[in-house]
Design a binder for this molecule. Structure first.
Ligand code: 5GP
Length: 113
């Protein structure tokens, strides 16, 4: 079951966000605590908790999120960026509504911590 999260509240308008893109499947907005000059989150409108609970039926939605991430990165003027999906608390997931981080605008180290 999907918990009520800060992102479900953003989706239903209870919490404001700095939107950069939206369509019938997803919403993209600036992270409230950016880790780089560009840090955008792309979230599905469907309340998926994480990749762990995604199903075969979500294939095209997941592909769409990746392409929207690429679109907003380029909209922000980025030539290089990183797309991250944290899955589970030990991997850094703090909000249990699936989301892509699109991060760029500075050189990024590898591997992440
Ligand atoms: P996670 O750690 O789950 O992969 O990423 C959650 C992200 O959501 C974090 O980068 C955090 O800064 C961001 N975040 C948490 N609450 C809010 C909020 O209310 N508004 C926005 N725009 N971002 C948020």
């Amino acid at each position: 079951m999907t918990r009520d999260t800060v992102f479900s509240k953003i989706l239903n308008g209870e919490i404001p966000c700095d939107e950069v893109y939206g369509d019938e499947y997803c919403l993209a907005f600036r992270d409230i605590s950016p880790k780089a000059p560009v840090h955008i989150l792309v979230i599905p409108r469907k309340p998926l908790e994480s990749l762990k609970t995604a199903q075969d039926e979500d294939k095209s939605l997941l592909g769409h999120l990746l392409l929207v991430g690429a679109k907003v990165a380029q909209q922000e003027g980025l030539q290089n960026w990183r797309t991250v999906i944290n899955t589970g608390a030990d991997a850094g997931q703090t909000v249990f509504h699936l989301h892509l981080h699109v991060i760029g605008g500075r050189p990024l180290k590898w591997p992440p911590g």
